[in-house]
Design a protein. Structure first.
Lengths: 280, 249
């Protein structure tokens, strides 16, 4: 078929847009490597911040640890309710009234600005329940933030499983949960994991929810639930905002971006694997 | 005895009437073919029997169907009904499990646990569909590796594994090559002993080859049901005559 002028113009526009995004992304990474790369060392990764003012020397180990603690805690809190909600939406609620309402709620939750979530957890956990600025409060705020992401991506992974499996299982008279655990969940596992990893990358980079709930500029990040933690995005923000050390800010940014990129690449390879499974 | 009996049965999708006033019986130990043009309600009729039609949104029914003498509404647990009424679909579906696990998908749910019993069911059902010799060395391999015809025979074996008394088939051969079709037709004829088989088919030759009786449905109404030879050679209704002689389709 002959391509029309409109087709060619749109195709050209797609290419330009795609290249533009790629160029921006590469520029960010290359710039970070250029500015931050020289300051990355084993000491920077494995040491605590030192110097006067604090952060000009030493490293960011507690911040790396703190960020990992935060996303693991967010995962632990959100994974079970997230998966159960997704399973309800894809297998049980199917276009019923309740499922419609839950879908709407989850969509709206995804649209709540993350600072609002942070302030909510501040009011509830930090103040009312008396947790103080703590790992627990930050983990909860991040869990609330990634919950809709986990629900939506898991629901879609479950719905992408061949409908004929459900048809066949139904006609054998077996229960929905038997079908779900024997066939549907194993089949969607890679897609669900990919969605969860993406949400963890999202949580690792989020600054607003932890600023008011969990983050301290100096902390040991021991993993104690009721103590404040250091976190990469917050550390970066302070280094930059207080003009402590631009060099260390760039190096911290590079570490954070590497962590998030690693999670995203893992997620992408899992989801392309899932697509191949679905085509079988 | 009649395995399946429709009594003044009507179905609707939203406001639209699909099946109208169906009264028909299907005998045990025989194959009944259901023929009719696309969209006439053949599949709805089939899926009403094991109550999978009602899973569609907007589906409603009036009247009754009796399976083995008991109204389908009286089966408190729909899984009990579906255990007695097996179903095979148009597209050959292999569950993403091993060949053996496909056959045992139903029996394991219904509580068969002993290893020797499970082995026996696997072999018996795969033999019934003439698949045993082809797959006995690779029972633990993924069923997805089978060909379309093999998958369809596996689907029949999976349905047979829960020992149904009625077997519904919705155009089971329409996506298969002639050789696989021939094989399935042959095994259906063998299975008819002890089973009530109801098969929806677009292929009039197939209906003629394998069925004892044939029912002709047009626009949601049962026009005629008769012994297959009679229905094709000297039908009572001029509409049936027109359809089987290919005047409309």
């Amino acid at each position: 078929m002959k391509k029309t002028i409109t087709d060619q113009l749109s195709l050209g526009w797609f290419w330009v847009s795609g290249l533009l995004i790629l160029v921006i992304l590469l520029a960010i990474i290359l710039y970070l490597i250029w500015r931050g790369g020289p300051f990355i060392s084993s000491q920077f990764i494995l040491d605590s911040p030192h110097g006067v003012p604090l952060g000009t020397e030493g490293g960011i180990f507690p911040a790396i640890k703190g960020t990992l603690w935060l996303i693991v805690l967010a995962l632990v809190i959100s994974i079970v309710p997230g998966l159960l909600t997704a399973m309800y939406l894809s297998e049980y609620g199917r276009s019923g009234r309740l499922a419609e309402i839950i879908n709407l709620l989850v969509q709206s939750m995804a649209g709540v600005p993350s600072i609002i979530i942070g302030l909510f957890v501040y009011a509830l956990g930090v103040v009312t329940l008396g947790w103080g600025i703590s790992l627990l409060a930050g983990g909860l705020a991040l869990a609330i933030m990634i919950f809709p992401v986990i629900v939506i991506s898991s629901r879609d992974a479950l719905l992408a499983v061949d409908k004929n499996y459900r048809l066949v299982a139904n006609s054998l008279g077996v229960s929905k949960s038997y079908t779900l655990y024997r066939v549907i969940l194993p089949r969607a596992a890679a897609g669900i994991t990919a969605g969860v990893l993406l949400s963890l990358g999202y949580a690792a980079g989020a600054t607003a929810p932890i600023m008011v709930t969990a983050a301290a500029f100096v902390a040991s990040s021991s993993g104690a639930l009721l103590e404040p933690v250091m976190a990469l995005p917050y550390h970066l923000y302070i280094l930059f905002n207080e003009h402590i050390s631009l060099n260390h800010a760039y190096a911290t940014a590079l570490v954070l971006v590497t962590l998030v990129l690693f999670l995203n690449i893992l997620a992408l390879s899992l989801s392309s694997w899932q697509e191949r499974i679905n085509k079988q | 005895m009649n395995a399946v009996e429709f009594i003044d049965f009507n179905t609707f999708y939203g406001p639209k009437a699909i099946l109208q006033n169906i009264n028909v019986e299907f005998a045990s130990n025989s194959i009944t073919a259901i023929i009719g043009p696309s969209g006439c309600g053949k599949t709805t009729l089939l899926r009403s029997i094991n109550r999978t039609a009602e899973m569609e949104i907007g589906f409603k029914s009036q009247g009754d169907i009796k399976v083995l003498g008991k109204s389908i509404k009286e089966y408190k647990n729909v899984s009990l009904l579906r255990r007695r009424v097996g179903m095979v679909y148009q597209i050959p579906v292999a569950l993403p499990l091993s060949i053996r696990a496909n056959v045992l998908f139903g029996p394991k749910y219904y509580g068969v646990k002993r290893h020797s019993d499970l082995e026996a069911i696997t072999e018996k059902c795969l033999r019934q569909v003439a698949l045993w010799d082809e797959v006995k060395d690779r029972l633990k391999r993924p069923a997805a590796q089978l060909s379309g015809g093999q998958k369809q025979r596996l689907a029949i074996a999976r349905a047979l594994a829960v020992e149904p008394q009625v077997l519904l088939l919705d155009e089971p051969c329409s996506s298969l090559d002639p050789a696989s079709t021939g094989l399935i037709e042959e095994l259906l004829t063998q299975l008819a002993e002890g089973l009530c088989i109801i098969i929806v088919t677009h292929n009039l030759f197939q209906a003629r080859r394998i069925s004892n009786e044939t029912a002709f449905i047009l626009d949601g109404q049962l026009i005629e049901k008769a012994p297959t030879q009679k229905l094709f050679e000297s039908p009572d209704s001029p509409k049936t005559r027109g359809f089987v002689s290919g005047l409309f389709g």
